[in-house]
Design a protein around this ligand. Structure first.
Ligand SMILES: Cc1cc2nc3c(=O)[nH]c(=O)nc-3n(C[C@H](O)[C@H](O)[C@H](O)COP(=O)(O)OP(=O)(O)OC[C@H]3O[C@@H](n4cnc5c(N)ncnc54)[C@H](O)[C@@H]3O)c2cc1C
Length: 318
């Protein structure tokens, strides 16, 4: 057993196997623009999450690919984050390299009715951009605070529409190469994609085909969706829907029917406004959130015989 390292040091956070392979100076040289030992609660919608050993916000696809290749060469695990709006990062943080794409890769190209958006483009921004160009189909994206990459990973959707309906392809960095993967091969279904089985694949950009529409009508539709949402969701940090819809029902209704609205573990609470939103009241931890998820799941099963499946993705170490 190696000697324990001083608490709080980066060496302490990097697992022995990785740190014995890669010296700290080498890491700084490999990823000169990265942040080290960076608390991820600053980058998640839930405002929860321990530190990333190395956090990189690449300014180009080339920088991203270069960093992912270097990480692989040095045996460092790679985790991708988009906007951090559907992840629960555990309190021990994430080992190795975390690549965060929100606001990093943000180019959008429109040619006729075809749109190519970088993985870091925020979905509400894409909704506004395409509507303003008179292109219909992505208005639903206004309610989804994550990125294009996260939306492909999750097949994000709202107001009866989903990403799968408008997506043509995604450029995916996998096995050291960039492949254009067509919609049909992305395995998109309700809040699922083939990427769930391949956590090392990185969506770089996505192509959409939209329909012609009247910009003013599309903007009005977006405004309507926003208004709808404002009334029905809490304004405290959360990951949006904690659980997926059970067959023929809604998780919010089910959790409320089980008498769990307002239930609290530590500083995370089942929102009294919308029972499928678990809100961080301030200083909540991933352990609080996980315990509340377990409690709600078990109680709903016991009281109503319904099995709820989490929508939120849990990453990192306890
Ligand atoms: C207030 C609120 C409301 C929400 N409403 C909705 C809604 O109406 N509909 C809905 O579908 N969702 C909703 N969500 C959830 C969330 O916004 C979506 O799931 C979104 O698609 C996640 O995108 P992200 O970029 O934040 O992904 P992240 O949370 O950063 O990551 C989610 C998963 O995707 C992976 N990932 C992210 N980017 C990439 C990439 N480029 N390549 C490969 N993998 C990647 C991550 O590794 C992780 O496993 C809501 C969330 C909040 C906080």
């Amino acid at each position: 057993m190696p000697e324990p390292r001083p608490p709080g040091s980066l060496q302490n956070l990097l697992p022995y196997s990785i740190f014995s392979l890669v010296h700290l100076d080498t890491l700084h040289a490999l990823f000169p623009t990265a942040k080290f030992d960076e608390p991820l609660r600053r980058y998640t919608a839930w405002k929860i999450g321990g530190p990333a050993d190395i956090l990189l916000e690449p300014r180009s696809v080339e920088e991203l690919i270069d960093a992912a290749r270097k990480a692989r060469e040095h045996g460092l695990p790679v985790t991708v984050l988009g906007g951090g709006t559907n992840v629960l990062v555990r309190d021990g943080g994430i080992r190795g390299l975390v690549i965060r794409l929100a606001k990093a890769l943000t180019n959008v190209e429109v040619t006729g009715n075809r749109v190519v958006a970088d993985a870091g483009v925020l979905y509400p921004v894409l909704a506004n951009t395409t509507a303003a160009r008179g292109l219909a189909g992505l208005e639903f994206a206004t309610g989804i605070p994550g990125t294009v990459g996260g939306a492909v990973f999750m097949n994000a959707g709202a107001y009866g529409s989903e990403t799968v309906e408008v997506l043509d392809w995604a450029d995916v960095f996998r096995g050291g190469e960039v492949d254009r993967v067509p919609n049909a091969q992305l395995g998109l279904s309700y809040r699922r994609s083939v990427l769930h089985e391949h956590p090392d694949w990185v969506v770089l950009r996505a192509g959409y085909t939209l329909a012609p529409g009247d910009p003013e009508e599309l903007k009005a539709r977006i405004k309507g969706f926003r208004k709808q949402r404002m009334g029905g969701s809490p304004n405290k940090p959360s990951c949006g829907s904690t659980f997926k819809r059970p067959p023929g029902d809604f998780p919010g209704r089910v959790i409320e029917a089980a008498g769990l609205k307002g239930t609290r573990v530590g500083n995370v609470e089942v929102s009294p406004v919308h029972a499928n939103y678990f809100v961080n009241l301030g200083g909540g931890t991933a352990e609080d959130a996980l315990e509340l998820i377990r409690l709600v799941k078990t109680t709903v099963r016991e009281r109503l015989g319904i099995d709820l499946e989490p929508e939120v993705r849990v990453v990192g170490e306890p």
